[in-house]
Ligand binder design. Structure first.
Ligand code: SF4
Length: 907
């Protein structure tokens, strides 16, 4: 930890018998003036700069820029930020560990010490993304799903067990423990982090050895890392590549953000839930436009907002578009730390540290200064759900049925006639609007006892009144931690959920990540046969088409309580606020009001059932895992012996033939477009996470390697194997390539012949001919979950540049991180205004030059010559979206990993 400490801010804080060194914002005020009105999230950034001031990556000018922000409320200064730790889930974690393992091999090949490849910051990897809902609605569902999970993922889990012993600073939370963000919030996060400073002898004098206290901060390889901001821990999602760089000691470079203050007043009224609140907040912030900004919550409404409710709001920051949604430390933070079993000395440190740093909020604290503000009286929030395709499309519950019918025509193109079809082996019909999935899922809500116990209470009342779930609904309960099972049992409510088919299916992401498993065959057949607009109701945070299940066109986000209600109702066309939910004992109609618990009932149940002893018991051995995990073979060794037969992990080719010195930057000449794409191309279009098609290049590769289609698993689970992943790049079944009009899926035309073929096959043909490639796209290219394979696959297909109208933040930086050039059209210019059809040849010039980094400067103009098939030539100027000096270096080295590797190898 470099400590220039030129503002003399390093001080000592005594907490009980312990003392900690820290970097005092109060001491900084002596030079900078009053900092008390800085947003709390900005205070966290300022402390980071004071602590890491080294005169090069962080200087006093950076610190002064934060002070200046207080006056201007914005800044264009770029800073180097170093989060305290990194959080990963297994879909993104496996490829990250694969890269680390490959770097060890490469280090050896360069003649360096492989031991140097080690995370420098603490890394926790939670295995939560792999469990699927194959079995449901029965007492054996949990065990059967877990058994299948181990059967499918054995090779990956062996590899991760090797990683957990081979690398320092790297811990694995085994499968079946919970969802990464919930485990982080309930256990891993500390609010104030501590580190023992290494000792050193400088000029014969011993230094260091003290314990430093600083705000707990992190980046995570999952978009919803933001959840922990509810606990005053600044964190957000980054791509796997950025996370790897962060764990290897590289700073995250970022512009000092704007901070939008969100004032909350009032409290939830009877009948409303934290889910309704977050859907309202999401809609408001989407409307406001907070992309690339911090959001910070303040105001008297915080006094009545329980920490799990704050976590729910913070969780959905990616949906409202913000980098994070931060809540400050206050008495509720301390209450939550106590109630979840954090150690007493840590809790004392959190309170004292926050007060000493001016980061503590109470009724008397003056409001911070923000770039802009908006406000919400929480008592105006109404029962809601969001859908059918976007989380920001909130629908008040009392208009949900009407809105669904309207969407049937406007969104799903029904021409007024609705579809219905009889189901094989049943005496009922399935029709448009049928709810075929009702899933209590996702860290967004399963972290919140009020809505989980609320769902249990709804189930209890429904069972007691004689209601049952409709036979076409696939029901599931997948909590984000085992504590949920405990408090449901403590309250005696699990048996009612079980009775309605909401049996435990696993502790993990399940339906939220699309692991909803297949629908029962007769239901799936009926949906396909009738081309029905079937619906899913889930307590998740994302609902774009294809995310939840291939058979669900309409997907609604709702509280766990409403998931139960819709499972009972079975249709989106029923107005559950007026119509009967169903008919109970003696055919008596049962209405929502009959089964909806009061706020007091829920609060009393929470108070009685959520117990400190359960948190202590469940998290006592959080890294040990169950017997299944302990039985997984854990190979030993500094480097990994890559199994040649594995189709899950393989040594990737990023470092093959790597030279000690980086090469020079050259222009990209004679490039052919591989794909021309429209607006809002998601990372899932570029690198799908879901199922692998049998007849696509990835499916064919797996079959050729002896994997039966039933064992394909998903792309997400195969991210440790580049041969599968590069064949899956641009293989999303919904991808529309304008070069191949009328087709859907990963199809293109090979130029100049125009022959139609898969994108993978074309890319390989171009590679053989040594033809560089470009991809052209529209607005918001790379939106959706952060996904490093969207950049890795792009590189491995031979794509040298991506030219679009705008980029999503993480994907742009991931492209640079893999050595692919991001370019952006200027002004109104688009692929359409240029009339591109894919037959063109691109020369991207102005990159090569005499300097170490050629001519490349951040955000410079780049001339691109377009030669049409008729020989006509046009030159356009585009913007280079390499945004920082550090990124220029990454680009020259061919990406961040070769850059770090060469640095660590000392060349
Ligand atoms: S439950 Fe959903 S939001 Fe939470 S980590 Fe899993 S996939 Fe992400």
């Amino acid at each position: 930890m470099p400590q220039l400490n030129s503002l003399k801010t390093r001080k000592t804080l005594k907490v009980g018998a312990k003392s900690y060194d820290y970097f005092s914002l109060k001491a900084a005020e002596k030079t900078l003036g009053d900092l008390s009105r800085l947003p709390n999230s900005m205070k966290v950034l300022l402390e980071n700069l004071l602590r890491y001031e080294d005169g090069s990556s962080v200087t006093v000018k950076d610190v002064q820029a934060v002070k200046k922000w207080l006056k201007d409320k914005r800044s264009d200064r770029e800073i180097a930020y170093r989060p305290a730790r990194v959080l990963m889930q297994d879909f993104t974690g496996v490829p990250a560990v694969v890269d680390l393992a490959a770097m060890r091999d490469a280090m050896k090949a360069l003649g360096g010490d492989p031991k140097k490849i080690n995370p420098l910051s603490p890394v926790d990897l939670v295995i939560d993304h792999s469990v699927m809902v194959d079995f449901f609605a029965g007492p054996g569902a949990f065990k059967k799903n877990v058994d299948l999970e181990y059967e499918r993922n054995g090779e990956r889990y062996e590899f991760l067990r090797w990683g957990s012993t081979a690398f320092d600073n790297f811990r694995v939370v085994p499968p079946g423990t919970g969802i990464c963000h919930q485990v982080n919030t309930e256990n891993l996060a500390q609010v104030v982090w501590t580190m023992k400073e290494p000792t050193a002898t400088v000029k014969g004098k011993k230094t260091g050895g003290k314990t430093i206290a600083y705000p707990d901060t992190l980046v995570g390889t999952d978009s919803h890392t933001t959840m922990v901001n509810g606990l005053a821990v600044l964190g957000w999602g980054v791509g796997g590549i950025e996370a790897e760089a962060a764990m290897l000691g590289q700073p995250i470079s970022m512009v000092i953000p704007e901070v939008i203050g969100f004032k909350l007043t009032g409290k939830l009224k009877e009948g409303t839930t934290a889910t309704d609140l977050v859907l309202t907040v999401t809609q408001m912030l989407r409307k406001k436009g907070v992309v690339n900004k911090f959001v910070e919550f303040y105001g008297p409404g915080l006094d009545d907002l329980a920490l799990p409710d704050r976590a729910t709001i913070a969780n959905m920051a990616p949906e409202y578009g913000a980098t994070c949604g931060f809540f400050p430390v206050d008495a509720e933070t301390i209450r939550y730390l106590k109630s979840t079993g954090r150690k007493a000395d840590r809790i004392a440190l959190v309170e004292k540290y926050a007060k000493a740093q001016g980061m503590w909020r109470d009724k008397k604290t003056a409001d911070p200064v923000f770039t802009d503000t908006l406000s919400l009286d929480i008592s105006t929030v109404e029962p809601s759900l969001a859908g059918p395709k976007r989380p920001q499309d909130r629908v008040p519950l009392n208009t949900a049925a009407e809105s669904f019918k309207k969407n049937l025509v406007e969104v799903f193109g029904r021409k007024g006639n609705e579809s219905a079809v009889s189901v094989k082996g049943a005496d009922w019909e399935l029709e448009d609007g049928a709810v075929v999935i009702a899933a209590i899922t996702s860290c967004t809500n399963t972290s919140n006892p009020s809505v989980m116990l609320g769902a249990g209470l709804v189930a209890k009342k429904a069972v007691e009144l004689g209601l049952t779930v409709k036979p076409w609904v696939k029901t599931s309960l997948a909590p984000g931690s085992q504590v949920v099972t405990d408090y449901l049992k403590n309250a005696g409510l699990n048996k009612f959920l079980d009775k309605l088919g909401f049996n435990l299916v696993g502790y993990g992401c399940t339906t939220c990540i699309g692991n909803s498993g297949p629908l029962p065959e007769p239901i799936a057949d009926a949906v396909t046969k009738g081309d029905l607009v079937a619906a899913a109701v889930l307590s998740g945070n994302r609902n774009f088409e294809g995310r939840v299940n291939p058979h669900c066109k309409a997907n609604y986000l709702a509280s766990p309580m409403l998931c139960v209600v819709y499972a009972l109702a079975g249709s989106m066309k029923i107005d559950i606020t007026k119509d009967p939910i169903g008919y109970g004992k003696k055919g008596k109609p049962v209405y929502l009001k009959d089964i909806w618990p009061t706020t007091k009932e829920v609060a009393d149940t929470v108070a009685k059932s959520v117990k400190l002893s359960d948190f202590k018991k469940r998290y006592a051995d959080v890294f040990k895992g169950d017997t299944n995990w302990r039985k997984v073979k854990a190979p030993k060794g500094l480097t990994y012996t890559w199994p040649t037969t594995s189709t899950y992990v393989a040594n990737p080719p990023y470092f093959q033939g790597m030279k000690k010195e980086a090469g020079t930057i050259s222009d990209i000449r004679g490039a052919r477009p591989l794909a021309i794409l429209g607006d809002s191309i998601t990372t899932d279009h570029i690198s799908p996470a879901g199922s692998i098609k049998k007849d696509g290049p990835a499916g064919q590769y797996l079959i050729a390697n002896g994997v039966a289609p039933a064992d394909f698993n998903s792309y997400g689970a195969r991210r440790g194997h580049h041969e599968v992943m590069m064949r899956g790049t641009f293989a999303n079944i919904r991808l529309k390539n304008e070069m191949a009009p009328g087709t859907e899926g990963g199809v293109t035309r090979f130029m100049p012949s125009g022959e139609g073929m898969s994108i993978y096959d074309a890319a390989m043909k171009y590679q053989k001919a040594k033809t560089p490639l470009v991809v052209v796209g529209g607005k918001e290219y790379g939106t959706g979950s952060s996904r490093d394979w969207a950049a890795k696959g792009t590189l491995l297909l031979g794509i040298k540049a991506v030219l679009v109208e705008s980029f999503e933040r993480i994907h742009r930086s991931n492209l640079v991180g893999m050595g692919v050039l991001p370019l952006m059209f200027k002004g109104d210019m688009t692929r359409k205004s240029l009339g591109l059809d894919g037959s063109e040849i691109f020369d991207i010039t102005g990159l090569a030059g005499p300097g170490k980094n050629g001519n490349i400067k951040p955000r410079m103009d780049v001339p691109v010559k377009i030669t049409r098939s008729n020989g006509k030539v046009e030159e356009i100027i585009v913007t280079c979206r390499i945004d920082t000096a550090e990124e220029v270096e990454y680009y020259r080295h061919g990406g961040v990993l070769p850059y770090v590797l060469r640095n660590l190898a000392g060349v």
